[in-house]
Design a protein around this ligand. Structure first.
Ligand code: FES
Length: 265
């Protein structure tokens, strides 16, 4: 099983000391590239309008800029800051905290293999190792030119909340359950040929940038984007058996003592 520290060490070993990273660290703050983000300005305004306080729109806005560049660049950070009247430091703090915001451009597809405890013991590490060998890349690296057809970014993922279906992987955050090294290899080779295999559950497969647009809340009028089944038989089996046998949880006593709710500051 690959531990978190080993994953971090792998990522660190791949990136430490490279000229690209040194340049990235020292890169000056760029101003928003008007032309680059012109196509999403109206959408950005719609995202901001969803919330009583504009800063609450930051997470979907970061997905929106990622739908343009396939990652969150300094220009994307500056664009978000400008839309939300935040500093670039505030936006950077959020963008670099969450792993779903990518620092480098992703491939046409993002393949996330769960190598957390349960999936790893069920074969997730073997799935990851086979894909790593086939693609010739490691964690957060891309086989092919990022963004071009057939390019694939590979990454370790922490628990994807589908432990009953492990080992699982996701392509652009859509689930492919009960994987083996062989099935995962077939899946990735199909993606490289330009095919869009049907996920086990959830919406039809698209590409990474389109998935980012959906995560920002834009479904472009395609009902099918959200029409797929979301729960597997395994996941709901316990609830179904309980319903069939009329099992219910005991009601909470009327006089149950509840812990005090801390005051919000
Ligand atoms: S450990 Fe893989 S989905 Fe939970």
């Amino acid at each position: 099983m690959t531990s978190h520290s080993e994953q971090a060490a792998e990522a660190g070993a791949r990136t430490s000391g490279t000229t690209a990273d040194t340049a990235e660290t020292a890169r000056p703050i760029e101003q928003p590239d008007a032309a680059l983000f012109d196509g999403i300005r109206e959408k950005a305004a719609q995202v901001v309008a969803r919330y009583p306080q504009s800063r609450s729109a930051l997470l979907p806005l970061l997905h929106l800029v990622q739908s343009v560049e396939g990652c969150v660049t300094q220009a994307g950070i500056a664009f978000c800051a400008e839309q939300l009247d935040l500093s670039t430091a505030e936006v950077s703090a959020v963008a670099t905290f969450y792993t779903m915001y990518k620092r480098r451009p992703c491939g046409e597809h993002l393949v996330s293999v769960c190598t957390n405890a349960l999936c790893a013991t069920l074969g997730g590490d073997d799935v990851y190792a086979r894909l790593k060998e086939r693609l010739g890349v490691g964690h957060e690296e891309t086989a092919g030119e990022p963004g071009t057809p057939g390019s694939i970014t590979l990454e370790h993922a922490e628990c994807l909340a589908a432990c009953d279906l492990g080992p699982v992987l996701q392509v652009n955050y859509e689930y492919f359950d009960n994987q083996t090294p062989e099935s995962a290899l077939e899946l990735v080779e199909a993606l490289q040929r330009g095919e869009r295999p049907t996920p086990t559950r959830g919406a039809p497969l698209t590409d990474f940038k389109q998935a980012e647009l959906q995560l920002a809340g834009f479904f472009e009028g395609r009902d099918s984007d959200i029409a797929g089944p979301s729960a597997s038989d395994e996941t709901v089996r316990g609830a179904r058996i309980a319903a069939e046998r009329s099992w219910t949880a005991p009601p909470m006593p009327e006089d149950a003592e509840l812990p005090p709710v801390p005051e919000k500051k």
